[in-house]
Write a protein that binds this ligand. Structure first.
Ligand code: 13P
Length: 337
């Protein structure tokens, strides 16, 4: 493990108010997204869509890293340049999703555990050879109105995240550690804050036990928001304050960057929340984004699988990247839209 290199890569991804494009949808997930716009999920359509995103002029000002899916890492641009190489040439760091999705946790009805640790060292080495510089592993924690999540599910997922992170650093990849407390449900913002606090405590305790170098990783958490079906909605300021309070209490200052997932928020809400957090003042870590839906939903809506719409789709994408770049500096204003 080269500690300096891990630190350098982690910092480079979030330097200069940049963030991450999460374009690592698994094939079933991208099929859902394509179904929504009436596009068939063929290998070539998936390749073309990702090419449209990655080749958008100007995104390198706002995007420091892109998370790829296994298939995409092995695909190329139309002229035959591997995507990882293409992104590196543009000054964007290529990364790879390495978990194998969440499965039902045995004996714990309603809870999930992320799989993919078996053989992970070998897969990571192969990804590194193919050009990836960082990796991502997502755990999901569900809240319900009764008894979930259990401590056990939180602990099991935190343990897996830490084993993954240690393996990544051993082979020289920066781990993005993503413990996602889901937005589904009727819980209020206080419950989200409470559960997220416990999750982060467990995650950092496991990372410490696994000797993970905090300076050489990025944290990808959820924002502190009410469940989607909670009747009480919250102001942008309240979300920003709750999120920052929770992170300041539970994330060590040695972590170089926090890159939020969007988790089902609208593109506008995600940007506004991020902006408000950065507007609150300076923080010990970069406060940035690693959005999937909040960056791509507007692009898919314009593209609709048609070559004639590519220029307009890229314009929409660049605009979303720019808004989030501004939000990382606390300089986004809705009037810009
Ligand atoms: P969303 O921003 O759509 O939540 O996706 C981020 C991600 O990478 C989930 O793992």
């Amino acid at each position: 493990m080269n500690q300096d290199e891990l630190k350098m890569v982690a910092q480079a991804i979030v330097a200069d108010s940049k963030g991450i494009l999460a374009a690592d949808e698994s094939n079933p997930t991208i099929k859902d997204r394509f179904d929504g716009i009436g596009v068939k999920s063929t290998e070539e359509n998936r390749r073309r869509y990702r090419e449209i995103l990655f080749s958008t002029e100007g995104i390198e000002q706002y995007i420091g890293g892109v998370i790829l899916f296994h298939e995409t890492l092995h695909q190329t641009t139309r002229d035959g340049t591997p995507f990882a190489q293409f992104l590196s040439n543009r000054g964007i760091v290529p990364g790879i999703k390495v978990d194998e999705g969440s499965k039902a946790l045995a004996m714990y009805p309603g809870e999930r555990i992320t799989e993919g640790l078996d053989g992970l060292r070998e897969r990571l080495l192969e990804y590194k050879r193919t050009g990836a510089k960082f990796a991502k592993w997502r755990s999901v924690i569900e809240i319900n109105e009764r008894d979930l999540p259990t401590r056990f599910a939180i602990r099991a997922n935190a343990h897996a995240l830490a084993r993954y992170a240690a393996l990544c650093q051993e082979v020289g990849l920066v781990p993005i550690v993503e413990p996602e407390v889901l937005m589904d449900g009727i819980h209020d913002i206080e419950r989200c804050e409470k559960v997220t606090s416990i999750v982060l405590e467990e995650v950092f305790s496991e990372l410490d036990a696994h000797r993970v170098l905090l300076e050489g990783m990025l944290l990808k958490p959820n924002m502190i928001v009410p469940g989607m079906k909670c009747p009480r909605r919250e102001s942008v300021l309240r979300v920003a304050e709750a999120t920052m309070r929770c992170l300041l209490r539970h994330v060590p200052t040695a972590v170089p960057g926090i890159v939020f997932l969007s988790g089902g928020q609208t593109a506008d809400d995600a940007t506004e929340h991020l902006n408000a957090m950065n507007h609150l003042g300076t923080h010990p870590w970069s406060v940035s984004f690693s959005f999937g839906r909040a960056l791509q939903a507007p692009v898919l809506a314009v593209w609709k699988g048609k070559e004639a719409n590519v220029a307009a789709a890229q314009k929409a994408f660049l605009q979303r990247c720019k808004f989030n770049g501004l939000a990382c500096a606390g300089k986004y204003h809705r009037e810009l839209v």
